[in-house]
Design a protein around this ligand. Structure first.
Ligand SMILES: [Zn+2]
Ligand SMILES: [Zn+2]
Length: 302
């Protein structure tokens, strides 16, 4: 809730005119309790989780030939029921999350996250700098938690659920044991805890993480993906290999970037696999040229 009765009062406190974004924020949030704004995070994530994976799931079911050239494991076709099961299991957690957010609000937001909700809004530069810090922190912490989940105990007791799909789909992003979802929320929250931000930056951060997670589990790798412009970004092919290799996989633990796996030498399996795929592709292309046809190969396309 913004502690100014009118926009003029807010501008007087700012010592300048509001930007259009600040004016819009004032209109939207001035009379809204902060705890309710905090709950928006879950609503936003629910909408994103419901909508983002849909186009690829629908295309795979009803027009597979359109997306087949970009499918990482083209020989696997998941039934619609599998995607629906993933969606329903994850969707059940969203109402619980709203309740938890409301109950935990006084401590979580006021004391731990120290989230700003008023004016001024953060500048683009501030928001981008925070998102970069959050990404690096999340990647590093998630890398080690993921490695722990691949110990015999961690895998058998917790992580096995997430690896049920050796060819994942966007809705399988959150298909995990509840303890894993809880554990992996620590890296995602660590950035905003260490470097507090405005609630709008938090919405952006969690939205980006969710969309990124859906993308890496989508089972598709599009050559025109804007994520290809991000240095050291792993992407869909990177995490798809982790699922493809299965429970005994000791490769590709990092969720976002490739440098942790490179530094700690946990990308050897993936690099060997890419090499093998490149040779297979070249062989298939040669054969196709001779026959005048097209090629199809499994995984790791660029
Ligand atoms: Zn894993
Ligand atoms: Zn995964």
């Amino acid at each position: 809730m913004i502690p100014y009765a009118t926009a003029a009062e807010a501008e007087a406190a700012l010592g300048r005119a509001m930007t259009w974004a600040e004016a819009a924020w004032y209109q939207y949030s001035a009379a809204m309790p902060d705890s309710w704004l905090h709950c928006h995070t879950t609503f936003i994530l629910f909408v994103i989780y419901t909508i983002t994976p849909l186009p690829l799931v629908v295309l795979e079911q009803f027009a597979p030939s359109v997306v087949l050239p970009y499918k990482l494991q083209p020989r696997v076709r998941l039934p619609l029921a599998a995607s629906l099961r993933c969606y329903m299991e994850a969707a059940c957690f969203f109402p619980l999350a709203v309740g938890f957010q409301l109950v935990s609000y006084p401590v979580a937001v006021k004391q731990i996250l120290r989230t700003r909700m008023g004016l001024p809004l953060p500048s683009v530069r501030e928001a981008v700098a925070q998102l970069v810090v959050y990404s690096l922190l999340e990647d590093y912490l998630s890398y080690w938690i993921h490695r722990l989940l691949h110990t015999q105990w961690g895998y058998e007791k917790i992580h096995r659920v997430h690896h049920e799909f050796t060819a994942p789909t966007g809705f399988a992003m959150s298909y995990s044991h509840w303890a894993e979802n809880l554990l992996l929320s620590i890296p995602a929250l660590s950035g905003p805890v260490i470097v507090p931000c405005h609630i709008t930056t938090q919405w952006l951060w969690f939205s980006i993480r969710l969309i990124e997670g859906i993308n890496t589990h989508s089972g598709y790798h599009f050559p025109f993906s804007p994520s290809k412009l991000i240095p050291f970004y792993g992407g869909a092919a990177y995490h798809d290999y982790h699922h493809y290799a299965g429970g005994h996989s000791q490769s590709n633990f990092a969720p976002l970037f490739t440098y942790c796996d490179y530094i700690y030498r946990t990308d050897k399996g993936y690099r060997y696999h890419k090499l093998k795929q490149a040779k297979l592709k070249s062989l298939e292309e040669n054969n196709a040229e001779k026959k005048g046809g097209t090629t199809a190969f499994d995984i790791g396309k660029d």
